[in-house]
Design a protein around this ligand. Structure first.
Ligand code: C2E
Ligand code: CA
Ligand code: CA
Length: 769
């Protein structure tokens, strides 16, 4: 392709240029040859012409000589000399013959009227040899006899002489006159130069420039000069003309002739013509040149295009790489966006995204005047499963829950995971409360099926709280808060159910505010009491300890459960004060009871208290020293939540407490977040199984298994086990059978006032003693 392109354009143009050059060269050569020929022939022609001029002059002078000779031999001349020789006087014959002679001379200087030709001579004279003028055609004009070359005339018969007079040339024909064989005189004829000029000019017919002069030693006689133009004059001087020099026979005269070279006048073969032709070739050459340039430009362009093509290819490759990179990034970003808006475990929307979708649904509902259902779903016993069976099991439950929820609703409904075991459902276009009720029932029903974890089956129930836009709230925050409130109502009412929000629930909020305010007052007015619940040794069924539990009976609010006010105290910071009260009171009380019976005292510590470590440690030390209680009789109960967010300082503090000699118990075991492995890290001596396990144990085999597992695990870790919430004989028997060390619960005793507890102690003492 590229090869052919080069042959077609560039080489073709070069070939064209070469051929044109050759053509021009040929033409110039031919023209030149033609010109040379022409010049040669012109030269020949001019040479012939000049020859003919010279010959004409030769004939002319022959004629003059003939004429002069005729005079010399004329009878009047003879008669005169004869008369002179005979001694005839002027008066008698000589004078008349002289007159005759003169008439003859004059005749020759007169034009021939018959032939209408000019006279050949201007002046005719007869001069006596080496003497005076005898006869003169123009006697009045002066004549210098001395300029007649008498001596030369002795050696010749006739002669043409040239002489200068007053800057003028005179051509003079001289002829000897003999009488009786003796040289007696000379006929002098001054040639009529006009005739000479005329003679030559009539022969010149060319209209080209030329110049002719007769050259003599005495000067020049110009005949004509048609080199008028300045340029031609210059040409003349520079000798760029054709020049001829020819002698005129029998005369001392030479013909000098200059001619314009033929090429100058013959335009067809002239250099100008050639130049003209060459000029004609200029556009062609220019054309070729530009073609070549265009071709070159084309070549350059082609190269550039190729280069561009290559660059483009490179760019394309680069672009492709970039595209892949961008695609990868986009995927990565999408993944990030997905991760940002989704829960990685269940692939459901996360809290943020669920919230956004709710807002979106509300906006739409506002426009279309529709109802939106907001559902809070919380798994009831998820934490137990998670903690006892491990996170993998917990993850399985969550994933299966997500699947069940998603399958129970429409595609347009929103399912999001908003917390550990909390889910949000948003149902746009809710037609009626009835529809919400049906959906909630349907969801509860899906949780009646057990969850499969490897070989085992587990039952997980849920609590569902619902709020409806617009009746229960205008915005997302309100609706979420209200659904949450409704959900907690279900939890409170025994879980595994659903509830719609109703405005009376709002009193909860108000109650929290009231508790907050009243609790401060209660502390300052010392209204908080400590109750004590016995802890029983299951092998002897004797009281070996007590758990101190706080009681608050407010004038206005009535009895407030520690389950209600402790979390509030944790939030408003009152927990530190409460902890101090509980610890001091309990230690003091326990020390007093030692005299009745040695027993340990368990005091609940909130995780929040561990945030002020110095205060905490100081409190423990002062409580022990103030009360005088043996440190090993103090049992500090902490919940798993402390362990979950623990740091090294927490571990350090727990170690310090242990160093002090106090006991550490892990409370509410099975409800928190920590894995069993955590327990190894901390210096616990007791583990308290949360009472929720006990509650289900009698009816639920899985709970029994969990309790068994917890006991076995605790033993393996060297921990004593306290079962909380022992309410029945069955519970007690089961625990005893499974080697649980201690028990606490209504079966033995409710938490009691110090007086009641003391009475119980004394009663026990009296029984045993
Ligand atoms: P907890 O530490 O698990 O305390 C045991 C709770 O179980 C007590 O509830 C007790 O009345 C209840 N209980 C005992 N036996 C049974 C039973 O057989 N059946 C049932 N259903 N319940 C039983 P209480 O006194 O309402 O205390 C609730 C929670 O409040 C405590 O749970 C503890 O976490 C917290 N608390 C109580 N007093 C204090 C305190 O002085 N300081 C701190 N930080 N928390 C406290
Ligand atoms: Ca406790
Ligand atoms: Ca407990």
């Amino acid at each position: 392709m590229k090869m052919r392109l080069r042959i077609n354009s560039r080489n073709a143009i070069l070939m064209g240029g070469f051929l044109l050059g050759a053509y021009l060269l040929l033409m110039i050569t031919v023209t030149n040859a033609g010109q040379n020929r022409l010049k040669e022939s012109q030269l020949n022609e001019l040479s012939l012409k000049v020859n003919s001029y010279s010959e004409s002059l030769g004939y002319f002078f022959d004629a003059t000589i003939e004429d002069v000779k005729g005079v010399a031999k004329h009878k009047t001349t003879y008669t005169f000399f004869a008369n002179l020789a005979s001694g005839m006087s002027m008066e008698y014959g000589l004078g008349s013959s002289l007159l005759q002679l003169r008439r003859n001379l004059v005749r020759l200087t007169k034009p021939d009227t018959q032939l209408n030709t000019s006279a050949l001579f201007e002046r005719m004279l007869l001069v006596g040899f080496k003497s005076n003028v005898i006869a003169d055609s123009h006697p009045r004009l002066p004549f210098d006899v001395s300029r007649v070359p008498f001596d030369e005339m002795r050696t010749t018969d006739h002669k043409i002489d040239v002489l200068a007079k007053n800057d003028q040339i005179i051509i003079r024909v001289l002829q000897n006159v003999y009488f009786n064989g003796e040289l007696v005189g000379v006929i002098v004829g001054d040639v009529n130069l006009d005739v000479v000029v005329h003679l030559l000019t009539t022969q010149e017919y060319e209209n080209s420039s030329s110049k002719l002069v007769l050259a003599t030693q005495q000067g020049l006689l110009p005949i004509w000069n048609t080199f008028n133009a300045e340029g031609n004059a210059v040409a003349l001087e520079q000798g760029s003309t054709l020049y001829f020099d020819k002698e005129v026979k029998q005369t001392p005269i030479r013909l000098h002739a200059w001619f314009e070279p033929v090429s100058e006048s013959q335009i067809i073969t002239s250099t100008w013509f050639t130049i003209g032709l060459s000029f004609l070739a200029v556009p062609v050459i220019l054309g070729l040149y530009y073609s070549l340039r265009i071709n070159n430009t084309n070549l350059v362009l082609t190269t550039k295009i190729e280069e561009t093509h290559n660059q483009q290819a490179a760019l394309t490759r680069q672009n492709e790489r970039l595209k892949t990179e961008i695609d990868r990034r986009k995927m990565y970003e999408q993944e990030l966006a997905y991760q940002a808006s989704h829960d990685t475990l269940t692939r459901l929307s996360n809290r943020k995204s669920g919230d956004e979708k709710l807002r979106h649904a509300l906006l739409q509902a506002k426009r279309e005047e529709m109802n939106v259902l907001v559902m809070f779903i919380d798994l009831d016993n998820f934490k137990q499963i998670n903690d006892t069976l491990g996170h993998l099991a917990g993850d399985q439950i969550l994933m299966q829950t997500a699947k069940r929820l998603t399958e129970s609703v429409r595609k347009t409904d929103v399912v999001a995971r908003i917390g550990g075991d909390e889910f949000l459902l948003v149902i746009p276009n809710l037609s009626s409360e009835k529809q919400a009720q049906l959906l909630a029932s349907k969801l509860l029903a899906t949780f009646e099926d057990p969850f499969q974890l490897e070989a085992s089956e587990f039952f997980v129930s849920t609590s569902i709280g619902m709020s409806i836009y617009p009746q229960d709230g205008e915005n997302a925050e309100e609706l979420m808060a209200h659904a949450d409130t409704a959900m907690y109502r279900v939890k409170k009412d025994g879980r595994n159910g659903f509830s719609f929000y109703d405005s009376s629930m709002n009193t909860d909020v108000q109650r929290n505010l009231d508790i907050d305010a009243r609790l401060r007052q209660a502390i300052s007015q010392d209204e908080l009491k400590m109750y004590y619940q016995p802890i029983i040794d299951l092998s002897t069924e004797q009281i070996i300890g007590a758990e101190a539990l706080m009681r608050w009976n407010d004038d206005k609010l009535g009895f407030v459960s520690p389950d209600e006010f402790i979390p509030i105290a944790e939030k408003n910071g009152l927990i530190h004060k409460l902890g101090e009260i509980a610890l001091h009171t309990a230690c003091h009380q326990a020390q007093q009871w030692q005299s009745i019976q040695p027993l340990s005292i368990a005091v609940n510590f909130s995780a929040a208290q561990f945030r002020q470590r110095d205060t905490l440690m100081e409190n423990i030390l002062t409580a022990l020293s103030n009360s005088g209680l043996e440190p090993n009789l103090l049992d500090i109960e902490i919940t798993e939540s402390l362990l979950f967010n623990h740091n090294n300082e927490t571990v350090h503090l727990l170690e310090e407490i242990k160093q002090l000699g106090a006991q550490l118990s892990i409370d509410d075991f099975g409800t928190g977040y920590s894995a069993l492995s955590y327990l190894q890290k901390f210096p616990f001596s007791k583990l308290k199984i949360d009472r929720s396990f006990l509650q289900e144990m009698e009816t639920t085999p899985s709970s029994q298994e969990l309790v068994n597992a917890i006991i076995a695990m605790a033993k393996a870790l060297g921990l004593k086990v306290v079962a909380e919430g022992v309410e029945t004989q069955w519970d007690k028997d089961y625990l005893q059978k499974h080697s649980c060390e201690f028990a606490q619960g209504f079966y033995y005793s409710r938490p009691l006032t110090k007086e009641a507890f003391e009475a119980l102690l004394l009663e026990q003492n009296s029984r045993t003693s």
